[in-house]
Design a protein around this ligand. Structure first.
Ligand code: AMP
Ligand code: MG
Length: 326
């Protein structure tokens, strides 16, 4: 059997087929600009339950509903706020998810019993076409096994979920490559729940106010805040937290931010961005980690990234991967 006989090009024909699967309560993996999603009809609790079972995702971990138009907000949230509309008007479609009070139409399984629901419009035409054709919001977490690396190509999805899913739409490599930034709107205030594809600085500049923080370490209701997550199979450490001389130069991979002359004695080196560009670095992070999974290396040593702009989201993902092995 061809390992990838479940990957299909995103032509009109296969988009239509994919939308039929969604309408009939099945699962479709599809590209977004952040990472590949594993989608189901967000109004169908049984379809959504399949996502949890395929991913081995704990049921306390709520999902994001993906929509294709701001007008769908009316169906999903009880809040009518000019502040929220201004924010989404600026950043949607794009990698920012809003957490808002839910309506009765949103099944409990989507929100893991929370009274709030996470919503966004992805900035990817294949995704928005699929949502439009399906005629429902698509509930979708990343299309990987829980706790593992997020997929940024169709092949990453196929490799991780093997024969557990029948239909993967191919949209090439994700342009952002990191999960969305999550912002909750409560009591007229914006709270940052997770760093992601749009930097908190950019959001704060637009809002002319600081995002508030909720420090809820390992709060199960917000697993974007779990201490350990997004872990590669190979043990990963921060370079400055280990004695580098203990590591075999042929079988240890280095992930550098930008300086391509550093650590050249190591056979496997990945430079996130030779231009020190955070957007490029973010797009490469999971991609490189996936590549290293299949290389003959035992360990990965990562340089710390300056925590400016998207550097914060990159460090968040790296730290969560490293915490798995600390
Ligand atoms: P992902 O797993 O990348 O699709 O992102 C889903 C994440 O969104 C969850 O792990 C939570 O951190 C967050 N999230 C989703 N829904 C809610 C909610 N109702 N309240 C708080 N956080 C949420
Ligand atoms: Mg995920």
């Amino acid at each position: 059997m061809n390992l990838y006989n479940n990957i299909f090009p995103s032509t009109e024909e296969f988009l239509l087929k994919a939308s039929e699967i969604i309408k009939n309560g099945g699962l479709v993996a599809f590209p977004t600009e952040t990472v590949y999603g594993l989608g189901a009809n967000g109004f169908n609790p049984i379809a959504v339950a399949k996502i949890f079972s395929v991913k081995n995702r704990p049921s306390f971990n709520p999902l994001i509903l993906h929509i294709d138009s701001v007008s769908s907000l009316e169906l999903l949230t009880t809040i009518h706020s000019e502040k929220v509309l201004k924010l989404v008007d600026k950043f949607w479609p794009g990698p920012i998810t809003l957490v808002l009070p839910k309506t009765v139409l949103v099944p409990e399984i989507v929100t893991a019993g929370n009274s709030t629901v996470a919503i966004r419009i992805p900035n990817n035409e294949i995704a928005t076409k699929l949502i439009k054709l399906s005629g429902v919001p698509i509930a979708a977490p990343s299309a990987n096994s829980f706790g593992m690396l997020s997929p940024t190509t169709a092949v990453h999805v196929a490799n991780q979920l093997q024969n557990k899913i029948d239909f993967i739409l191919d949209g090439g490599k994700c342009s952002v490559g990191l999960e969305s930034t999550i912002v909750e709107f409560t009591n007229d205030n914006f709270f940052l729940l997770r760093d992601g594809g749009i930097s908190s600085e950019e959001i704060e500049e637009f809002l002319c106010e600081k995002l508030k923080r909720k420090v809820l370490e390992n709060n199960p209701n917000s697993p974007g805040q779990l201490k350990s997550h997004y872990a590669p199979i190979k043990a990963i450490f921060f370079i400055d937290e280990v004695d580098i001389s203990n590591f075999n130069k042929e079988k240890t991979a280095i992930i550098c931010f930008s300086d391509d002359k550093k650590y050249s004695e190591f056979t496997f080196r990945k430079i996130l961005s030779t231009k020190a560009d955070f957007t490029e670095a973010a797009a490469n992070l999971f991609f490189f980690l996936h590549e290293l999974e299949s290389e003959n290396v035992d360990f990965i040593l990562a340089e710390k990234i300056p925590e400016i702009g998207l550097g914060k989201a990159i460090m968040d993902r790296l730290t969560k991967a490293v915490n798995h092995y600390r």
